[in-house]
Design a protein around this ligand. Structure first.
Ligand code: FAD
Length: 396
């Protein structure tokens, strides 16, 4: 089913991205999974087709469209069975920070190269000792003349080993907690003190590079500070509805694909002399999954419309992230079970869908943090008009 919010140009972009993913991505996918990263060429070719940074203004090298254009590309890549994680970080999340908070010089220098796929982006918040509790970040940034000096370690960073530009969250004032958090643009090429100790082995999303980063006395020009000191938490918070909706876009594409694949399988595979689909339990379980797919697509349309009209607040975004990622996991589990032993084998796409779904409940804010945000909205203990201080553990 195509998204209800598609207009003609979204549909055309979706078609281009689908063809590109199928013809240029799928034949290379096994190799990407073995090497634990997507080829740099794929980013560059996608750039030539205008698939990245679609929401960026044209004078910054972008497509001059809106966030829905970016969603169309993510949807197409996810449907093809390729992890969209490297592309959503590179093409949607990081450019938005640069565009909204970068200096004019920084924007002109970095964003057109990112849109061309020549410079790959990453976002580094998570650290070995803290993920959910963003305010406990230990990486520090100390002002030294016209530079900042960064020290710390990051982990689980998507595109970490291939990124040329990384938005790094660091504390400029440890005593101030969340109010001391700042964001810096770290340009990695030939940068002293910056290293990638490890590309991490993980359960799924093998084609997506996930790495540890080390920063030892890394000198970053002061102009690479995004916005102003101490506003990092607010900047991160502003992007969260979009990030959380991306999880839903990916989940919906995956759910639809799993239902399609599993329906085809259940109509072909026979046990006890008849196709699986003719066993009532299989038919009913698949009917439930098909219903989830329908409800997910319909609900996603409503959520995207809300985002486009500025009406997707933090609580609605948390509900969206929670529900879609949980639904994806349930469908993945049912569809894998219907595949029997074959579902556990990597040569069947459902095996990859299953492990990819598992990460969706963790990144972009663990689902328990989503429940915390939703739950707090139900238990207001202070007058609504009173401005809330940044709450611990609310950002991811
Ligand atoms: C594949 C993948 C890609 C990622 N990419 C990036 C990236 O590009 N950049 C980046 O910065 N990070 C990235 N992450 C990190 C991700 O955002 C964190 O893993 C996530 O925020 C959770 O942090 P944590 O792993 O430190 O878990 P912790 O914060 O240690 O939490 C562990 C678990 O405890 C529970 N929990 C924690 N706090 C609470 C609470 N207050 N109430 C109830 N339960 C709670 C939750 O179940 C949670 O899953 C990625 C992670 C994965 C798996």
């Amino acid at each position: 089913m195509l998204p209800g919010w598609f207009e003609e140009d979204h549909a055309a972009l979706f078609e281009t991205a689908s063809r590109f993913a199928r013809e240029r991505g799928l034949p290379a996918l096994e190799r990407w999974r073995r090497q634990r990263r997507v080829d740099a060429d794929f980013f560059r070719e996608g750039g030539r087709l205008g698939l990245w940074c679609c929401a960026l203004e044209e004078d910054l090298g972008g497509g001059g469209g809106g966030i829905a254009h970016d969603f169309a590309v993510i949807d197409a890549i996810a449907r093809a069975g390729i992890s969209p994680a490297p592309f959503q970080v590179h093409s949607v999340i990081v450019p938005a920070y640069l565009r909204d908070y970068g200096s004019p010089e920084l924007k002109q220098r970095l964003l057109p190269a990112m849109a061309r796929g020549e410079l790959i982006g990453a976002l580094a918040m998570t650290e070995p000792d803290t993920g959910s509790d963003v305010q406990a970040i230990r990486t520090t940034a100390r002002r030294d003349g016209d530079h900042y000096v960064l020290n710390g370690a990051k982990t689980f960073i998507t595109n970490g080993s291939i990124a040329g530009v990384i938005v790094v969250a660091a504390s400029t004032d440890r005593e101030a907690g969340g109010r001391g958090l700042s964001l810096f643009v770290v340009e990695t090429a030939g940068l002293d003190g910056f290293s990638v100790p490890r590309v991490l082995e993980k359960m799924g999303h093998h084609e997506s590079d996930t790495a540890e980063l080390s920063l030892v006395d890394v000198r970053v020009p002061a102009v690479n500070l995004l916005g102003t000191e101490g506003h990092g938490f607010a900047m991160l918070k502003k992007q969260l509805p979009t990030e959380r909706l991306i999880v839903a876009v990916t989940a919906t594409a995956a759910i639809e694909d799993m239902v399609r694949e599993t329906t085809a399988y259940a109509n072909t595979r026979k046990t006890f002399g008849r196709p699986l689909i003719e066993h009532q339990n299989v038919k009913f379980r698949l009917a439930e999954c098909a219903t989830t797919a329908f409800v997910a697509r319909t609900t996603l349309d409503a959520c995207v419309t809300r985002l486009l009209t500025g009406d997707l607040d933090d609580v609605a975004a948390a509900m969206t992230k929670f529900w879609f990622s949980e639904a994806e996991q349930k469908v993945a589990d049912t569809c894998l079970q219907i595949h029997g032993g074959y579902g556990y084998m990597d040569e069947y796409s459902i095996s990859h869908r299953y492990t990819a779904a598992r990460a969706q409940r963790i990144y972009g804010g663990a689902n328990e943090i989503m429940l915390e945000i939703i739950g707090r909205s139900l238990t207001r203990t202070r007058p609504v008009a009173e401005p809330a201080p940044p709450a611990r553990g609310m950002a991811r």
